[in-house]
Design a protein around this ligand. Structure first.
Ligand SMILES: *[C@@H]1O[C@H](CO)[C@@H](O)[C@H](O)[C@H]1NC(C)=O
Length: 451
C-alpha cells in the first residue's frame, strides 16, 4: 500500500512539473516586481513570500477577473490558473485537491486544444510572455518570442500586440534609439490601441529622440494621463521623464504636483514627485535651487523612504546625493553614506552603494584615491549588475588616461580580476559588449570588459 502511495505521489509530481504555470516557469521574483498586478502573478508572489492564504485568494480573483473580462466562465486562459492552484495545494499538502486541479487542467486542454499541434495554446504563450516580461532581461527576450507565437496563432488580440511591442522596447537599453522596424511596430500598435496611454507616452519618447517636436502632443497626453494617474501603468512616470528632458522640468513638477493634489495619499505619485525634484536639483539647477524646492525635495524623499522599505537603500543614496549637491549639505551627505556603509547589505546592494559612493567621492569630495578604491570594491564583487560595468569602465578610463598615480595599481587589479573572477561568471553578465550586443551566451565576460 505504501509503495502504491509513493508511486501515486511520484506521478502527481511529474504531472505537476509538466504544467504550464508560474510554478514551473522558473521565475525568480526580485524585489522590483512586488507591484505586479495581474492576480495570477500576485498570487504566485504572495506564495513566494509565504502568504499562502493570500496566494489562494489572488488565484481565485484571477479566475473571477478572467471570467469578467472574457465574458465566459471558462476557457483556455484558466489552464495557467488551475496549474497554479494544483501547485499551491500540493505545497499545502492537500494532494487530493491538487489532483482535482490537474484533472481540470486535462479537461481544459482537451476541450480547447492548441490550434498548432506542437505548440502551446496562444492564451498560455501570452500569459507566459506577459509574466516573463516582469523578470530578467534574458527572460524578456524569451517573452518576445512567446508573444510572437501567440500573435501568430491569434492575431486579433489588441493587448497582446501592445504588450509585445512594449516588451520589445523594454528589452533595449534605455534611451537607445529604436530601429525603424521596431518604431513602425510601435506606431501600428498605438494606432490599434489608442486607449493605452502608457504605450502612447513611450511612442512619444521615441519620436522626440528622432528629433520631432512633441510639446503639443505631450501636453495633450498629460491631460489624459492626469485623469487617472495612479498606477504604474498610467504612463505618468515616463511622461514626467519626457516632460523633464524635452519640455521643461518645472512643467514636469507642476504636473506631478497637480496629480498629487487630487490623490494626496498615493505613494506611487509621491515617488514620482521625489524623482522630479531630484532631477531638478541634480541635473537641472545651474544656479542654486530655491529653498522651497530643496525643502520639498528632502521631505518627499524622506516620505518615500518610509513608504517604500524595499527601495530604502536607493532612496537614501538619492537623498545623500541631493544633500551633496547643496552648498551646506556635505556633512549630511557624508553622514548618510557612513550609516549605509556600516549597515549589513547583500552583495548586489553593496555594489550599488560602493559605486554611488565612489562617484560621490570623486564628484563632491575630490578624494580621487578613495574613489578609485571604492570602484575596485565594486568590481571585486562578482555580481552581474550595471554598477560593476560602470566601475570597471571608470577604472579603465583612469588607467588609459595615465594621469593618476594609481595607474599601475589599477592595471594590476584589472589583471587579477581576469585571473580570479572569471570562473564565477558562468552566466551572461549583461555588462560586457557581447551581452549588450544581444549575444546572451555563456562566456568569460570580464575579458571583454577589460581587454
Ligand atoms: C497584431 O500584429 C499582427 C502582426 O504584426 C497583425 O497581423 C495583427 O493585425 C495585429 N492585430 C491587431 C489587433 O492589431
Amino acid at each position: 500500500w505504501r509503495q502504491e502511495k509513493d508511486t501515486d505521489q511520484t506521478s502527481l509530481e511529474s504531472k505537476l512539473e509538466a504544467l504550464q504555470c508560474h510554478f514551473t516557469w522558473d521565475l525568480d521574483p526580485s524585489k522590483s516586481i512586488w507591484l505586479g498586478h495581474i492576480y495570477n502573478l500576485r498570487g504566485f508572489v504572495q506564495y513566494k513570500l509565504g502568504f499562502t492564504e493570500d496566494a489562494q485568494s489572488f488565484f481565485n480573483k484571477a479566475a473571477e477577473a478572467f471570467s469578467k473580462i472574457r465574458n465566459a466562465d471558462e476557457g483556455p486562459w484558466l489552464v495557467v490558473n488551475y496549474g497554479n492552484l494544483a501547485w499551491l495545494h500540493h505545497h499545502l499538502g492537500d494532494q487530493a485537491e491538487s489532483q482535482a486541479y490537474l484533472s481540470k487542467v486535462d479537461a481544459l486542454m482537451n476541450k480547447y486544444p492548441s490550434p498548432s499541434q506542437d505548440e502551446l495554446h496562444p492564451e498560455i504563450y501570452a500569459e507566459k510572455a506577459w509574466t516573463l516580461m516582469k523578470f530578467s532581461r534574458e527572460q524578456k527576450i524569451r517573452a518576445a518570442d512567446y508573444f510572437q507565437r501567440a500573435i501568430r496563432m491569434q492575431p486579433d488580440m489588441v493587448e497582446w500586440n501592445t504588450s509585445y511591442v512594449l516588451g520589445l522596447v523594454g528589452s533595449f537599453r534605455q534611451n537607445k534609439k529604436l530601429k525603424a522596424d521596431v518604431l513602425e511596430k510601435m506606431r501600428m500598435a498605438k494606432e490599434q490601441d489608442p486607449e493605452n496611454l502608457y504605450l502612447a507616452v513611450h511612442y512619444l519618447h521615441q519620436c522626440v529622440q528622432n528629433g520631432e517636436r512633441i510639446e503639443e502632443e505631450a501636453r495633450e497626453l498629460a491631460r489624459k494621463v492626469l485623469k487617472n494617474p495612479v498606477s504604474s501603468y498610467s504612463g505618468i512616470k515616463p511622461l514626467l521623464k519626457v516632460y523633464s528632458y524635452y519640455v521643461s522640468i518645472d512643467e514636469a513638477i507642476d504636473l506631478i504636483e497637480e496629480a498629487l493634489k487630487t490623490h494626496p495619499d498615493e505613494r506611487y505619485l509621491k515617488r514620482c514627485a521625489a524623482l522630479c525634484y531630484k532631477w531638478k536639483i541634480l541635473y537641472f539647477s545651474d544656479s542654486r535651487p530655491k529653498p522651497s524646492v530643496i525643502d520639498r525635495a528632502i521631505s518627499l524623499h524622506e516620505e518615500v523612504i518610509a513608504l517604500y522599505p524595499d527601495s530604502f537603500l536607493m532612496k537614501k543614496i538619492e537623498l545623500a546625493n541631493i544633500y551633496a549637491k547643496l552648498n551646506y549639505g556635505q556633512a549630511e551627505a557624508e553622514q548618510i553614506y557612513q550609516e549605509l556603509l556600516e549597515s549589513d547589505l547583500e552583495p548586489a546592494d553593496k555594489q550599488m552603494l560602493y559605486n554611488n559612493y565612489a562617484i560621490h567621492l570623486h564628484l563632491h569630495c575630490r578624494d580621487y584615491q578613495r574613489s578609485i578604491q571604492y570602484h575596485m570594491k565594486v568590481a571585486a564583487i562578482p555580481h552581474q549588475f550595471s554598477h560593476r560595468w560602470n566601475s570597471i569602465t571608470t577604472l579603465k578610463k583612469i588607467r588609459d588616461r595615465g594621469r593618476s598615480h594609481m595607474c599601475r595599481e589599477i592595471e594590476e587589479f584589472l589583471e587579477n580580476l581576469i585571473k580570479y573572477t572569471l570562473c564565477e561568471l558562468t552566466n551572461p553578465c549583461f555588462v560586457c559588449l557581447l551581452c549588450f550586443g544581444g549575444n546572451y551566451t555563456r562566456h568569460s565576460c570580464i575579458l571583454h570588459v577589460v581587454s
